[in-house]
Design a protein around this ligand. Structure first.
Ligand SMILES: [Zn+2]
Length: 294
């Protein structure tokens, strides 16, 4: 998939945008469109952000092309999640590109965050940003990295991060209020892949199961049979998937259990309008969850 250039001048972000574009910008390269949006909001007109995996991409199984390696080589700052989401960026660096460029792993080392287990023993689930308060911690890390890479605009990065975090705090409160409208007995999720455990922990939802243990891996018949039993036992109303993944597996689960399929959630990547920002992604998903579970 071709790299996606996120033009920060188009983003409605930060008061500094009105003071005219600076003559040169900090070239930041990241792994997903979700992080590109966070970086654009903190960096404003002082950064140019490129996401290697485009909108609607499967970030877990993305493989950088030679042109992506060149994009990485030209970066002044590299931003990824870590925890197994996007380790292909590190492999690209190991293969020769950008070996001296600062690299930030947003999901690794967050203060006072208890990580949840990943699909394989000894791994952690990477999808921390689906809890909006953790996304605020990502913003802190992004601001620190931008200030370190471009000290001349440190005060602008601080003020743009502060403005953005106010919006995210408002978003977090809105998510809580809207989830509270779902009857408590219905606050149960079955997902295509395990992207929502931090969201669920933050907002009081139970994850009954996931259709695949990891994207790109087919579940065993025994695994799927156990999931069907769990869905029936919990009385799950809807099975959720994401637009970038095939629906045959969740369709099969739905026909076995009587649950309906909602196949247009977003988590690892942004999508088509209106899901063109992190805030829009969270708002979209919460709207779908409330509509399907109420
Ligand atoms: Zn994921």
């Amino acid at each position: 998939m071709a790299a996606t250039l996120v033009t920060t001048a188009l983003a409605a972000c930060g008061p500094a945008a009105s003071s005219g574009a600076p003559s040169s910008t900090l070239n930041v390269v990241t792994t997903t469109t979700v992080f590109a949006d966070l970086i654009s909001n903190v960096g404003g007109p002082y950064v140019t952000v490129t996401s290697l995996a485009g909108k609607n991409a499967d970030v877990h199984t993305f493989e950088p092309k030679p042109a992506d390696i060149q994009t990485v080589a030209n970066a002044k700052l590299l931003v990824m999640n870590g925890l197994g989401l996007d380790d292909w960026l590190e492999r690209a660096i190991t293969n020769g590109a950008a070996s001296g460029t600062p690299l930030v792993k947003l999901g690794a080392g967050l203060p006072n965050v208890e990580l949840l287990p990943g699909e394989d023993p000894g791994t952690q689930n990477p999808h921390l940003w689906m809890n909006v308060t953790y996304a605020e911690l990502y913003v802190d890390e992004i601001a620190a990295a931008l200030k370190s890479a471009d000290a001349a605009h440190a005060s602008q990065y601080d003020s743009q991060a502060a403005t953005y975090k106010v919006r995210l705090a408002t978003l977090d409160a809105s998510v809580r209020a809207r989830i509270a409208t779902i009857p408590e007995a219905n606050r149960k999720l079955v997902m295509f892949h395990d992207a929502f455990p931090y969201f669920a922990r933050a907002y009081g939802i139970t994850i009954v199961g996931v259709a695949v243990e990891a994207p790109g891996q087919d579940p065993s018949a025994g695994y799927t049979a156990e999931l069907i039993t769990a869905i029936k036992a919990a009385g799950v109303k809807a099975i959720f998937s994401e637009s970038q993944f095939p629906t045959n597996l969740v369709d099969a689960l739905a026909s076995e259990t009587g649950a309906k399929v909602v196949a247009n959630l977003y988590d690892d990547a942004l999508g088509d309008p209106p899901v063109t920002s992190y805030e829009a992604l969270i708002n979209w998903d919460v709207d779908q969850l409330v509509a399907a579970l109420k």
